[in-house]
Design a protein around this ligand. Structure first.
Ligand code: ZN
Length: 68
């Protein structure tokens, strides 16, 4: 082993932690599966976001007053 040779590292896009660029690092460039899912989740949330969404779910159909 060459003690002067450092493994290439990248920064996790989610938490900025240094991640070794090695085959064992299955989730690179993320440091973990969690960070990978967070990153994916963020753009999914962004895509599904509806501007001005203010649906009130506190008042569903009231059967008692429906036939009055
Ligand atoms: Zn991370």
């Amino acid at each position: 082993m060459d003690p002067h040779k450092k493994p290439l590292t990248v920064k996790c896009p989610t938490c900025q932690q240094a991640v070794a660029w090695i085959p064992e690092q299955a989730f690179k460039p993320f440091c973990s599966e969690r960070c990978k899912l967070i990153d994916l989740g963020e753009w999914v949330m962004e895509a599904k976001r509806i501007p001005g969404d203010s649906i009130n779910l506190d008042d569903p159909l009231d059967e008692d007053s429906f036939f009055q």
